[in-house]
Design a binder for this molecule. Structure first.
Ligand SMILES: *[C@@H]1O[C@H](CO)[C@@H](O)[C@H](O)[C@H]1NC(C)=O
Ligand SMILES: *[C@@H]1O[C@H](CO)[C@@H](O)[C@H](O)[C@H]1NC(C)=O
Ligand SMILES: *[C@@H]1O[C@H](CO)[C@@H](O)[C@H](O)[C@H]1NC(C)=O
Ligand SMILES: *[C@@H]1O[C@H](CO)[C@@H](O)[C@H](O)[C@H]1NC(C)=O
Ligand SMILES: *[C@@H]1O[C@H](CO)[C@@H](O)[C@H](O)[C@H]1NC(C)=O
Ligand SMILES: *[C@@H]1O[C@H](CO)[C@@H](O)[C@H](O)[C@H]1NC(C)=O
Ligand SMILES: *[C@@H]1O[C@H](CO)[C@@H](O)[C@H](O)[C@H]1NC(C)=O
Ligand SMILES: *[C@@H]1O[C@H](CO)[C@@H](O)[C@H](O)[C@H]1NC(C)=O
Length: 466
């Protein structure tokens, strides 16, 4: 094995660390198969990336104080375009950093007890352009603060580890947000734009400034085995938000947050309609969520590129406001359709089913009142809910009812409620074996709701030449 640098004492020391980190882990490529997607410890064990460096080789100091922004940028820069791909290894330590970009054919690996700490020095956070499909920042008009870890126009990117942590140190941002001291929208912990083949796995995200994981205009995205934790009263700390993405698989994630655990989006009113990129072909399975003031899975409210072909199964939620929630408004345009959800176990919920057609919330006054979203083919089955305030609040749009809703095999144990157990306006569909008895708009037709049995291409995506 070649030493990484010319020998001198300092470098020798770094080299030893790097070799220790990599030699016992260098071995033959892992077997390729359905589950060998290239993340986790296998990212080190496989020969997947030809070039490997440790952050310490670029001057990284994991003391919880020193800024490592330049070390991260230099390390990624060093690996950019490396033939056979590159891996950046982050060892145990507390690594303060400002924003940095990733590159293609690249793996970021955070070892056990490696903690990336987003710097709280505001001078390290540049303002970047708003997303074209939103037209402005979400909190405030104009641009937005940079995200912590970013990538644009990439292919084959893996962000993984042995359950290392990415900590947004969000409190300073939440406080300034609440006291209206921020002049731009908060950034996210991880945002990948226009990228294909993205794997995010085996990591923990804590205390994000706002959203945690945000793939936007991406394809073939896998999010697997991640933990996301934020105080349940922290503002807009959504867990995973696939946005105008095609082919997304989210599995085995545990999320506790102050906003939706997962929110599928596709842009805001006229800006999202113009960009015209739907979120589609999405699989969510084995999700556990706690979100007392928001949804387990939200579709919208920004859905102006359309949302279609979403499949969710084996969902567990505790103390959450609603199960799957559809949120839209006149002005959004496009559609939410072909949504299939089965096997949800819910404990302590305000609403089991919630649809909202008048969510409002527009980027500016230029939205088109004729851009009426179409919501149809929404299927829910095999749901058990305990300690629920209301079974369903299903509210479509006058003149554009939500159609072909199907709900089957549901038991919701509703505890004392002043509100009606079901409240349905401008919705049409059927039910079967639903207790308590649903609203008249959803008569019992005795037929179980469908769930597709084909596999989506994203269920078989592999990385690193597997
Ligand atoms: C996550 O880690 C586990 C245990 O190391 C490993 O078996 C699995 O392949 C990893 N998954 C991904 C998608 O990285
Ligand atoms: C990250 O990449 C974007 C464009 O892809 C660029 O505008 C930005 O300056 C880069 N940021 C850093 C810190 O290199
Ligand atoms: C990234 O891809 C988008 C969409 O194809 C394109 O509009 C943009 O110019 C690309 N950006 C860069 C920095 O190549
Ligand atoms: C990863 O770390 C988080 C936070 O400490 C913990 O809750 C979670 O159980 C860990 N996951 C694994 C697979 O060890
Ligand atoms: C926002 O702008 C005001 C007025 O220019 C300034 O005093 C304040 O420091 C800015 N806030 C931040 C967080 O940059
Ligand atoms: C039932 O839900 C209520 C909130 O509606 C909550 O206060 C209470 O703790 C829950 N009971 C149990 C047994 O979880
Ligand atoms: C109804 O749902 C329950 C709970 O998910 C499940 O155990 C049962 O098999 C389902 N019944 C039918 C007929 O599918
Ligand atoms: C049912 O929902 C509609 C639409 O949100 C609302 O106007 C109405 O007050 C609700 N009915 C009851 C009894 O709460």
């Amino acid at each position: 094995m070649e030493p990484f640098r010319k020998i001198n004492l300092k470098v020798l020391e770094r080299t030893v660390v790097a070799l220790l980190a990599s030699t016992f882990l260098f071995s033959a490529a892992v077997e390729c198969g359905r589950d060998a997607v290239g993340g986790g410890v296998a990212a080190l064990e496989s020969g997947c990336r030809a070039h490997r460096v440790s952050l310490t080789e670029f001057g990284g100091v994991g003391d919880g104080v020193t800024s490592n922004t330049e070390a991260f940028r230099a390390a990624v820069g060093h690996l950019e375009g490396a033939s056979g791909g590159g891996l950046l290894y982050v060892p145990a330590g507390r690594w303060v950093t400002g924003p940095f970009n990733l590159t293609s054919h690249f793996t970021l690996f955070l070892d056990k007890d490696a903690v990336l700490l987003a710097t709280t020095d505001f001078d390290e956070w540049p303002i970047i352009d708003p997303l074209p499909s939103y037209g402005r920042g979400r909190d405030l008009s104009g641009g937005r603060y940079s995200n912590l870890i970013m990538g644009s126009n990439l292919t084959d990117v893996i962000i993984t580890g042995n359950n290392g942590t990415i900590d947004g140190q969000g409190k300073v941002w939440w406080d300034k947000f609440h006291s209206k001291e921020l002049n731009s929208t908060r950034g996210y912990l991880l945002e990948l734009m226009y990228s294909d083949h993205v794997l995010i796995s085996n990591l923990t995200f804590v205390n994000s400034m706002a959203w945690n994981v945000h793939p936007v205009y991406c394809s073939n995205v896998i999010v697997s085995g991640i933990t996301i934790l934020a105080p349940t009263d922290s503002p807009n700390t959504d867990g995973i938000n696939p946005d105008s993405c095609s082919g997304v698989r989210i599995e085995d994630c545990y999320i506790v947050s102050g906003d939706d655990c997962i929110a599928i989006k596709s842009g805001w009113d006229q800006y999202g309609i113009k960009v015209g990129l739907p979120s589609e072909h999405i699989v969510i399975r084995r999700l556990t969520c706690i979100s007392p003031t928001s949804a387990v899975i939200a579709l919208g409210s920004e859905m102006s590129g359309g949302i279609r072909n979403v499949r969710a199964e084996d969902i567990t939620a505790i103390n959450s406001e609603s199960g799957v929630r559809i949120k839209t408004a006149i002005g959004r345009g496009n559609y939410v359709k072909d949504v299939y959800v089965r096997r949800m176990n819910l404990y302590t919920m305000k609403w089991v089913f919630w649809m909202t057609g008048n969510y409002g919330s527009h980027p500016d006054d230029m939205w088109d009142p004729k851009a009426i979203p179409e919501v149809k083919e929404i299927h829910y089955s095999d749901v058990v809910a305990e300690n629920v305030t209301m079974a369903g609040k299903l509210e479509g749009i006058e003149g554009a009812p939500f159609k072909n809703i199907c709900i089957s095999n549901v038991t919701a144990q509703v505890v004392q409620s002043k509100k009606p157990i079901w409240n349905c306006t401008y919705v049409e569909g059927v039910t079967s074996s639903v207790s308590p008895t649903p609203c008249e708009a959803l008569p019992d037709k005795g037929q179980a709701c469908a769930f597709p049995d084909d596999r989506l291409p994203v269920e078989d995506v592999n990385f690193c030449g597997c």
